[in-house]
Design a protein around this ligand. Structure first.
Ligand SMILES: Nc1ncnc2c1ncn2[C@@H]1O[C@H](COP(=O)(O)OP(=O)(O)O[C@H]2O[C@H](CO)[C@@H](O)[C@H](O)[C@H]2O)[C@@H](O)[C@H]1O
Length: 474
C-alpha cells in the first residue's frame, strides 16, 4: 500500500513542535509494518538538507495566480529516515530556513500543495492513500475532487489528521485565483466565516479525519477557534487515534543526548546522574526536587501562567524546590520568565530558545514535568517524560487526559489538575513536593510509568485499519 504523508514539519528535517515528531515517526513504523509510506515536505535550507544528498526526481512549471513557478521534487538518496523523503523546492518561495512566520506563508503552502499534486498527476502516480497533516496541506483533498486539473486523482482516499485545530491557515478570497482551475459551483467547500479556510475545507472534503487523541475529537466540537459547528456536523467522519512516540529516538537506555543512560532497573542512579549534569549546567542544587516545563510559549500551553505560578511557589516553599524552564514563543512570556531568574537565582533557571539536546537531558534529569495546557490535542512531552521516569503534572484535557492517570487513582502514576490556573498549578506543585518526600512511593510510581507502552505499534495498526477500510470502499 502506497501512502504519501504531507506535512510542513518532519523530525529531524524541520521541527518546530510535535507535528515533526509524529511525521518523523509514524511513516517509519508504517514501513516496518510493510506499508510503502513516504513523506513530502516543503524544502527548507537547514542542517539536514545541507548534510544529505538528494536526487531531482521531477521538474515542472506551475502557476500561482499570474506567477509562473519552476519547481523540483527532490528525493533523499538513502532513505536514512527509514522511509522515502521527498522535498518540494521552489526557488524564492520554498528554499528558506524557517518553517513558519514568513509574510507570504499562504503563498508558500498553496504552492507546495499544487506542486505536489502536479507532480503525482503528471508523473502518473496513483497512491492508495494521501494523508494530510494540519492546514498546511488542507487544500489537497478539496483540489483532488474539485479541480479540473486533477480529475485523475479524484478517487484516491484522503485522510486528514488534526494536530492542532486552533490554526486554520485562513486567507482571503482574493487569492482564489491562486488555486488551479476549479469547478466554481464547489467553492463553498472552501468557505468558513467569510474566508477561505484550508482546515475547514479539509474536514469537509477528506474521506476521514483523525485527531491525535480520542478526547480531542470531542473537544473540537466545543473549542476549535470557530469550527465547532463544522466538527459537530462532520463528526461521523472523525476518529481519534492516539499518537505514539518514537521509542528509538526517545529511549533513556540508548539516548546519546543525555549524561547517563539508564533503564527501568537502573533508573534511580541514571536519573541522578542526569539531574546532576542538568543542575551543574544551570547552577541549581541537585538535592532539591526539580520541576520543569518544555514547550512553545503560547496561551494554548498555559505558558502565560508559568511565571506567576513559579513565583508564588518559590515564596510558598522557600529553598524547597527548583524550577527549570525551556521554551520560546510569545515575547511577553519570554520576558516574564527570564525576569524571574534575577529574583530567584538559586532556585530558578531558564533557557529561552529551542534546544533539542537540552530537552532530552531535561526529560532524563528532572523529577517532574509540568503541562498546564489549555488545549492539548495529544501532547508528546508527557509520554516522553513517562518513558524517562519523570512524573508528569498535567491539566486534564485532550490527550493529557487520555495518557496520564493521577497517582491518587487506581494504577495511577502522574498528577492531574482540572483548571489552567495559577491556583491549580500551585496546588499540584504542593502535591509534587509532598510526594518527593516519600521516596519509596516515588520510586514505585517511576517503575510503573517507565513500564507503560506508548510506542507507535498500536497507533500504526489503527491507521492501517483505517486505510484498509477506505481503500476497500473505493
Ligand atoms: N524550546 C524547545 N526546545 C526543544 N524542544 C522543544 C522545545 N519546545 C518544544 N519542544 C519539543 O517539541 C515537541 C512538542 O510536542 P507537543 O506534542 O507538546 O507539541 P505541539 O503543540 O507542538 O504539537 C501539536 O501536535 C502534536 C503532535 O500531534 C500534539 O501532540 C500536540 O498536542 C499538538 O499541540 C516535543 O518534542 C518537545 O520536546
Amino acid at each position: 500500500m502506497r501512502i504519501f504523508h504531507l506535512s510542513a514539519e518532519c523530525y529531524p528535517v524541520a521541527k518546530v513542535g510535535g507535528l515533526a515528531d509524529v511525521v518523523g515517526a509514524l511513516p517509519k513504523y508504517q514501513v516496518l509494518a510493510g506499508l510503502q509510506a513516504a513523506v513530502v515536505l516543503p524544502y527548507y535550507d537547514r542542517k539536514f538538507t545541507q548534510q544529505h544528498e538528494f536526487d531531482i526526481v521531477f521538474q515542472g512549471l506551475t502557476l500561482l495566480g499570474d506567477r509562473r513557478l519552476y519547481f523540483e521534487i527532490l528525493k533523499e538518496k538513502t532513505n536514512v529516515l527509514g522511509f522515502e523523503l521527498f522535498l518540494v523546492r521552489i526557488p524564492g518561495l520554498l528554499d528558506r530556513q524557517e518553517v513558519y512566520c514568513y509574510p507570504d506563508e499562504t503563498d508558500q503552502f498553496i504552492a507546495y500543495q499544487i506542486a505536489f499534486l502536479d507532480w503525482i498527476n503528471w508523473s502518473g502516480q496513483t497512491p492508495d492513500i494521501i494523508h494530510c497533516h494540519d492546514h498546511h496541506s488542507g487544500l489537497v483533498p478539496f483540489l483532488m475532487q474539485n479541480s479540473n486539473s486533477y480529475k485523475r486523482l479524484a478517487n484516491i482516499p484522503t485522510v486528514f489528521t488534526i494536530h492542532n485545530g486552533q490554526y486554520h491557515g485562513s486567507f482571503s478570497w482574493e487569492k482564489l485565483n491562486y488555486l488551479p482551475e476549479l469547478d466554481l459551483t464547489k467553492t463553498g467547500l472552501l468557505d468558513w466565516a467569510g474566508g477561505l479556510n484550508p482546515l475547514a475545507a479539509a474536514v469537509k472534503c477528506c474521506a476521514r479525519y483523525t485527531t491525535v487523541s480520542p478526547s480531542y475529537l470531542n473537544e473540537l466540537t466545543i473549542q476549535s477557534n470557530g469550527l465547532e459547528y463544522l466538527f459537530y456536523i462532520e463528526g461521523h467522519k472523525g476518529q481519534g487515534i492516539l499518537n505514539g512516540i518514537d521509542t528509538e529516538v526517545w529511549n533513556p537506555a540508548a539516548d546519546a543526548m543525555i549524561a547517563g543512560k539508564y533503564n527501568t532497573t537502573r533508573a534511580a542512579a541514571g536519573k541522578k546522574k542526569n539531574k546532576e549534569a542538568l543542575c551543574t549546567r544551570f547552577g541549581l542544587s541537585p538535592e532539591l526536587p526539580l520541576i520543569t516545563f518544555i514547550g512553545r510559549l503560547v496561551g494554548e500551553k498555559g505558558a502565560d501562567l508559568l511565571a506567576a505560578a513559579f513565583e508564588r511557589s518559590l515564596y510558598e516553599h522557600p529553598g524547597k524546590v527548583n524550577f527549570l524552564m525551556l521554551g520560546a514563543g510569545d515575547k511577553d512570556m519570554e520576558l516574564a520568565l527570564a525576569a524571574l531568574k534575577d529574583k530567584f537565582p538559586d532556585n530558578y533557571a531558564v533557557f529561552i530558545g529551542y534546544d533539542e539536546a537540552l530537552a532530552h537531558l531535561i526529560y532524563a534529569g528532572a523529577d517532574f514535568l509540568l503541562m498546564p495546557s489549555r488545549v492539548e490535542p495529544c501532547g508528546l512531552n508527557q509520554m516522553y517524560s513517562l518513558r524517562y521516569g519523570t512524573l508528569p503534572m498535567v491539566r486534564s484535557t485532550g490527550g493529557l487526559k487520555d495518557t496520564v492517570i493521577d497517582f491518587g487513582d487506581e494504577g495511577g502514576y502522574g498528577i492531574r489538575f482540572n483548571n489552567a490556573s495559577v491556583d491549580d498549578i500551585c496546588y499540584s506543585i504542593g502535591r509534587a513536593l509532598e510526594l518527593y518526600q516519600n521516596t519509596p512511593h516515588l520510586l514505585q510510581l517511576r517503575k510503573r510509568m517507565m513500564s507503560l507502552d506508548f510506542s507507535w505499534d498500536r497507533s500504526a495498526k489503527e491507521y492501517k485499519n483505517l486505510y484498509d477500510q477506505l481503500t476497500a470502499s473505493v
